[in-house]
Each structure stands twice: as C-alpha cells, then as structure tokens.
Design a binder for this molecule. Structure first.
Ligand SMILES: *[C@@H]1O[C@H](CO)[C@@H](O)[C@H](O)[C@H]1NC(C)=O
Ligand SMILES: *[C@@H]1O[C@H](CO)[C@@H](O)[C@H](O)[C@H]1NC(C)=O
Ligand SMILES: *[C@@H]1O[C@H](CO)[C@@H](O)[C@H](O)[C@H]1NC(C)=O
Ligand SMILES: *[C@@H]1O[C@H](CO)[C@@H](O)[C@H](O)[C@H]1NC(C)=O
Ligand SMILES: *[C@@H]1O[C@H](CO)[C@@H](O)[C@H](O)[C@H]1NC(C)=O
Ligand SMILES: *[C@@H]1O[C@H](CO)[C@@H](O)[C@H](O)[C@H]1NC(C)=O
Ligand SMILES: *[C@@H]1O[C@H](CO)[C@@H](O)[C@H](O)[C@H]1NC(C)=O
Ligand SMILES: *[C@@H]1O[C@H](CO)[C@@H](O)[C@H](O)[C@H]1NC(C)=O
Ligand SMILES: *[C@@H]1O[C@H](CO)[C@@H](O)[C@H](O)[C@H]1NC(C)=O
Ligand SMILES: *[C@@H]1O[C@H](CO)[C@@H](O)[C@H](O)[C@H]1NC(C)=O
Ligand SMILES: *[C@@H]1O[C@H](CO)[C@@H](O)[C@H](O)[C@H]1NC(C)=O
Ligand SMILES: [Cu+2]
Length: 584
C-alpha cells in the first residue's frame, strides 16, 4: 500500500475531476542545499526536497502520511486552502487534529475548490523549518490572463541546526530579548544559483512562495517588469511591479514577458530583509543571484546591487492591489476583534509573544474536538480554555480584526480558513516602513476617524497573510461563512512557538451538524494518548470547569525588565561560579 521509492501517484478519473493520491512516508534524510553543511532534514519517501503537490480545480486530493521520523510528531497544513466543510483536514496539531506520533499515520482527503499558488507544511510544534514544506499548485485551465509556461519558485531561509537544537537556545533565560535564531543561508527552489530556462518572446507565469521560517525577502528581475496577477491564491487586476517584498507565508504570481534577444542571461535577485535580523553575521550572504537563462553559452554574471543590502528597498505595496472579482468592501462589522501584539518575558525569564496579553498555549483536547463534543456549550468560549485565546463567531457574521503592534518588529499574520480584505494599515508605505524608529509611540486605530475610514478601498485586495508593520496597525475583514476552527497566527515559526496565535471558532452549531471526522483521525489521538472529547482541560463532565487547563507561565513581578533579567542571570552565574571555585 505504501510506495517505497519516488512519490507514487495514481489517478482515478471521474469525468472532468479526478482523485490525486500522494503516499508520504516521512523519514530523516540528509541534504546540503547551500553547499555549506550537510544536515538531517525531513524527507518524503527518502527524498528531499519533498514533492510539489500539483492538482487541478475540482480534484480530490488524498495525502496518506505515515510518520516514520521515530523521534518527532508531525501533521500537514495546506496553507491557503479554505477547507470549506473539511476543517478537520486543516492540519495544525491540537487545533484541528491530534499530533501524528511516530509510527502513526493520517489521511488528508478533500476537494480543491480554489485555484492558484499555495504550499503545504508541517504544523506541529517546531517542525517545518526542518524541511517538511513545499509548494502546492492548483492549476486553473481558465485563467483570465494568458501565458506560455510557468515556474514555481520557492524561497526560504535555511538553518544548519535542527529545530530541536535551536529551541533550547532560543527559548532560554539567556535570550531574554527573544532574539530570533539567525539563519545560515537563503535558498531559492531549495538550492542556490538556480537557472530558469526561458525562451525568447514567451510569457511566463512565475509563482513565488516564501516557505521560510522567519525572514522576508525582496525580489526583482534585472531589466524585466513583473505583472502581478495573483496573491495568496486570489487573482488581482494585472499590476506592474519592479520589486516584491515576500514575507514568510506569502505568495505572489507574476507574468514576465521575455526579451526577443538571447544574448544574455538576466539575474533574478533575492535579498533577505536584514531589518528582521538582530545582527548580520559577516558570513551570511543576504543577496543571491538566480537567472532567467536565455542562453546556456552566455555566462552567468552576479547581479551588482545599486543599493546597500542592509537597508530597505522600496517594494510594491499590496494595499494598492484590486481583487480581480471586484468584491466590494464588506460592510460595518458585526464583531470587531481587537488584538494587541506584544513581546515580553514571563517569570521563567524566557521571551514570549502575546495577543492581548495571552501567549497561545495548546489545550489538552484539540479545539475542534472540544467544539464537536461540547453540545450547546460550544458557543461559550470558556470551554476552549483561556490560553487558546478563542473567539466564537456567529455564522455569516462580518468580522473585523484590528491588529495593533506594540512591538518594534514586523509580523506576517496568517489566517486559516479564509482570505481577508485588506482594509487599512498604518503606516502607509514609505522608505522607513519596515524600520521602526525607537521613541515613536505605537499607533492605535480609531474607527471614528473619517480621514481614515473615507480612504478605505472600494475593491480591497484579499489575501491570507499580511505584514503587520513595526509599531503600526492593520485592519482586515472577512465573513464567517466557513464553519470550522481556524488558527490565526504569526507565520514566523519562532514567534508562533512563543505564542503569537489565537483561535477562531466559527459557527460551532453548524459545524456540529455538518462535520464528520473520519475514523483514522480519532485513531491518531489514540496513538498519541491525547483525549479527543472534553473541554480544553479534558473535562467531559463539566465543560465550564477549566481546572487543570494548560496555562502560560506567570507574569514577572512589576518592575522587572529584560535588562534586569540579564543582570540577574549574570549575577547568578557569577554566584554559581564563585561557589564552584570555593568548593573546588
Ligand atoms: C518508511 O520508510 C522507511 C525507510 O525507508 C521504511 O523502513 C519503512 O518501512 C517505511 N514505512 C512505510 C509504512 O512505508
Ligand atoms: C508527541 O505528541 C504527544 C501528545 O501530545 C506528546 O506526548 C509527545 O511528547 C510528543 N512527542 C514529541 C517527540 O514531541
Ligand atoms: C475521501 O473522501 C471521500 C468522500 O468522503 C470518500 O468517498 C473516499 O473514500 C475518501 N478516500 C479516502 C482514501 O479516504
Ligand atoms: C486542465 O488541463 C490539464 C492539462 O491539460 C488536464 O489534465 C486537466 O484535466 C484539465 N482540468 C480540467 C478541470 O479541465
Ligand atoms: C527545482 O527543484 C526541483 C527539485 O525539487 C527540480 O526538480 C527542478 O528542476 C528545479 N527547478 C529548476 C528550474 O532548477
Ligand atoms: C519581440 O518581438 C515581437 C514580434 O516582433 C514584438 O511584438 C515585441 O514587441 C518584441 N518584444 C520586445 C520586448 O521587444
Ligand atoms: C551581492 O551584492 C554585492 C554588491 O552588489 C555583489 O558584489 C555580490 O556579487 C552579490 N552577490 C550575489 C550572490 O548576488
Ligand atoms: C459562559 O460560561 C460562563 C461560566 O459559566 C458564564 O459566566 C458566561 O456567561 C457564559 N457565556 C455565554 C456567552 O454564555
Ligand atoms: C485621523 O487620522 C489622521 C490620519 O491618520 C490623523 O492625521 C488625524 O490626526 C486623526 N484625527 C484624530 C482626531 O485623531
Ligand atoms: C477618534 O476620532 C474621532 C473623530 O475624528 C475623534 O473625535 C476622537 O477624539 C478620536 N479618538 C482618539 C482616541 O484619538
Ligand atoms: C464556503 O462554502 C459556502 C457554500 O457552501 C460559501 O457560501 C462560502 O462563501 C464558502 N466560504 C469560504 C471561505 O470558502
Ligand atoms: Cu511574528
């Protein structure tokens, strides 16, 4: 039943649509994509990079995943797919399913109602930076634009250490400021110096996806103009752009028409956003040249940048895009969810991330299974536990989320189950957009300020991952027309691990009527010894009694700061060192 060599794929045709089946056996393999260090990565059927999933609209996708990792739990999230009616197939462990433990397997099975550029990745604690992430393309035979050929082009940061070795250093008393782990390299198509063969005069659709853990990247192609046609699976009116800024979790599809001359190969340049990096190690190359290869005899010159890579580039602003279907701005919301982003230390001295002072902490029962087992109490957010930060949404409510950033870093927030309208953002685009200057007060959104509301777009852009600017705010809207449990979180995997997440529980009564979870998903819970009924504390008797729920660590006593902790840590170290020298 399980294929042992290359990704095995069989197709059953039912008229126009078909079932596309992938059998994935996850095992550790070694890889050295930057040529600097061989490391262990999560492979599929003995291979890495893992396969690009390619399907067409209307197809049924079946992924049978066996966890052969022996030491790590896993799962798969299909990033950008709404899973409309199939929320149990969404993938995040302890949100929509139990973690798949070593030796267990799970089947994801759903139909593709969307088209476009997506990706898939492990969505269990600290897992996809170890390599379990790849593109997922839903082909569309009816695009509104024409092109001759296409390339899927992933980009990512790359770490030489396993996340299990990064974790204790990052979430540590010795890293109280929460400085993010620095990558050792950057990859394009899971390698470097990639050459994309092109034919003169033809128009290519280039699908860019940032599948990294942390760092956003700028991208441009020398002497070629890009025409954006899709963002995160949503078609937009064709719009030209010279430079893209692609945060982790974001996708851009562009059309590029090739020159008629084949005299030269042209650099496609990626530049990591160094503003995100705490320090820039001298041996970390931020800019990389790949090529549109017109002519294999023409030579491959490295791009010469006219800018300093450690400063920001002026990139295209996604707020100015118009969705191709011209969906109009949603009306005044039925519910406004206001979320303040904050990074701070808790009593253990480690750095955490918060939305309204809650650092997301996994419940004892996956939130979806609480919603399914709580009866009418599923409408009461209490049952999901305080630290999953649940917000229950009425069916078809217009939801407005206001994100206010009290952090000096930018955060790429991703919503599962929906694309949202980009309503307004502060600051507007400018050269210092991603470079928060200390001392400025954090911006707050005022919904009664007509200078702001009168400038809302008529046909807002929609996407599933936004970039929340440092110290600024972002306002988005969507309709709760997809009953399910949907995670909303920063896509910087290190920040997610610090708790920068919350949960929408959408129309739980409708969900209970409509959803049937397949047996093998319940078996995943049994294999992991994770309860699959009860509230967040696994209480099946009194759903409103949360005694025993998982909690975030306590707050620091008032007056303590990260600087104080460092001082405390070092005085403790010297005290211990002193004791050590005495006892010697
Ligand atoms: C997965 O791959 C490993 C390594 O090749 C193999 O030992 C194991 O039997 C495979 N498991 C399944 C279920 O295919
Ligand atoms: C896998 O998940 C189970 C259930 O949450 C947990 O008990 C176990 O420690 C996890 N294993 C690893 C290696 O993280
Ligand atoms: C996938 O789901 C469909 C519809 O529920 C079902 O008919 C089919 O048997 C399932 N396939 C697998 C492999 O589970
Ligand atoms: C779209 O085109 C591809 C390739 O020509 C074909 O395999 C597929 O069946 C088509 N899909 C639909 C829904 O027409
Ligand atoms: C991109 O990587 C895949 C392997 O994952 C490889 O098959 C393909 O040829 C690469 N594309 C280019 C243009 O190098
Ligand atoms: C390439 O040649 C075609 C046909 O002669 C012409 O229409 C087109 O404008 C040329 N493209 C460029 C970029 O010069
Ligand atoms: C990076 O940019 C510098 C400055 O323009 C250039 O000298 C170098 O060749 C570039 N490296 C790559 C790999 O593009
Ligand atoms: C949810 O339950 C709590 C605890 O019993 C109660 O105080 C609260 O009013 C309930 N909320 C709703 C919306 O019913
Ligand atoms: C309304 O918003 C504009 C633009 O951000 C700002 O300049 C102005 O001061 C605000 N007015 C009030 C009364 O807050
Ligand atoms: C919000 O805007 C309204 C209308 O301009 C203004 O009256 C009010 O003072 C503003 N509130 C804050 C907190 O700035
Ligand atoms: C989900 O499907 C329903 C129809 O069943 C539709 O009304 C709704 O817009 C869809 N929502 C999303 C997010 O796809
Ligand atoms: Cu973040």
């Amino acid at each position: 039943m399980w294929s042992l060599s290359v990704p095995f794929l069989f197709l059953l045709t039912f008229g126009q649509t078909k079932t596309v089946t992938y059998d994935f056996n996850l095992t550790w393999v070694t890889a050295n994509p930057d040529g600097l260090a061989e490391r262990k990565v999560i492979g599929v059927n003995g291979q890495w990079p893992i396969p690009v999933i390619e399907v067409s609209k209307g197809d049924r996708l079946v992924v049978n995943m066996y966890n052969g990792l022996e030491t790590h739990n896993s799962s798969i999230h299909f990033h950008g797919l709404y899973q409309n009616g199939t929320t149990s197939m969404d993938g995040p462990s302890m949100v929509n399913q139990c973690p798949v433990v070593p030796g267990a397997s799970i089947t994801y099975n759903f139909t593709l109602e969307q088209t476009g550029t997506y990706w898939y990745h492990c969505h269990t604690d600290w897992c996809y930076p170890d390599g379990q992430r790849q593109a997922l393309i839903v082909h569309d035979n009816n695009t509104y634009f024409d092109f001759d050929d296409e390339y899927t082009i992933t980009m990512s940061d790359w770490y030489h250490k396993l996340t299990e070795d990064i974790r204790p250093e990052f979430m540590s008393l010795y890293n109280p400021t929460g400085a993010e782990p620095l990558p050792q390299a950057f990859l394009v198509n899971d390698t470097q110096n990639t050459k994309f063969p092109v034919e003169a005069g033809k128009t290519y659709m280039l699908r860019f996806i940032n599948i990294g853990a942390f760092v956003a990247q700028y991208l441009y192609i020398e002497d070629h103009t890009m025409r954006i046609v899709e963002i995160d699976g949503v078609y937009v009116d064709e719009t030209t752009a010279e430079v893209l800024y692609i945060a982790v979790g974001q996708c851009y599809s562009v059309l590029v028409t090739m020159k008629n001359s084949t005299e030269k190969n042209y650099p496609m340049v990626t530049i990591a956003d160094s503003v995100l990096l705490d320090t820039i190690p001298s041996d970390l190359t931020l800019n990389h040249t790949n090529w549109l290869e017109y002519n294999t005899n023409a030579g491959y010159a490295q791009a010469t940048l006219e800018i300093d890579v450690s400063s920001e580039l002026e990139a295209f602003d996604d707020m100015s895009l118009v969705s191709y279907d011209h969906e109009t701005l949603l009306p005044e919301p039925d519910i406004q969810v206001k979320l303040t982003v904050l990074m701070d230390n808790l009593i253990n001295g480690k750095g955490y991330a918060f939305l309204n002072k809650i650092s997301y902490t996994s419940p004892k029962v996956p939130t979806l299974y609480t919603a399914l087992s709580a009866g009418e109490l599923a409408n009461n957010a209490t049952v999901y536990g305080e630290y999953t930060h649940p917000v229950v949404l009425d069916h078809n409510a217009v939801v407005e989320v206001v994100l206010e950033n009290q952090d000096t870093g930018s955060h790429p927030f991703h919503l599962h189950g929906h694309a949202f309208q980009l309503v307004t953002r502060y600051p507007s685009y400018g050269a210092d957009f991603y470079d928060y200057s200390a001392g400025t007060t954090f911006a707050t959104y005022n919904s009664s300020n007509e200078t702001i509301t009168s400038n809302f777009p008529t046909y807002p852009a929609r996407r599933d991952t936004l970039v929340l600017p440092p110290g600024g705010y972002f306002v988005i809207r969507f309709v709760a027309d997809n009953p399910g449990v949907w995670f909303f979180h920063c896509h910087i995997d290190w920040h997610l691990a610090q708790g920068l997440a919350m949960t929408f529980v959408e129309a739980p009564m409708v969900l209970q009527q409509r959803l049937t979870v397949p047996d093998d998903h319940w078996e995943v819970c049994r294999a992991a010894s994770v309860p699959d009924v009860g509230n967040a504390a696994a209480n099946t008797v009194d759903y409103l009694d949360l005694k025993g729920q998982n909690t975030q660590p306590a707050w620091l006593p008032a007056g303590f700061t990260a600087r104080g902790i460092v001082a405390l840590v070092f005085s403790c170290i010297s005290a211990v060192a002193g004791m050590a020298s005495i006892t010697m």
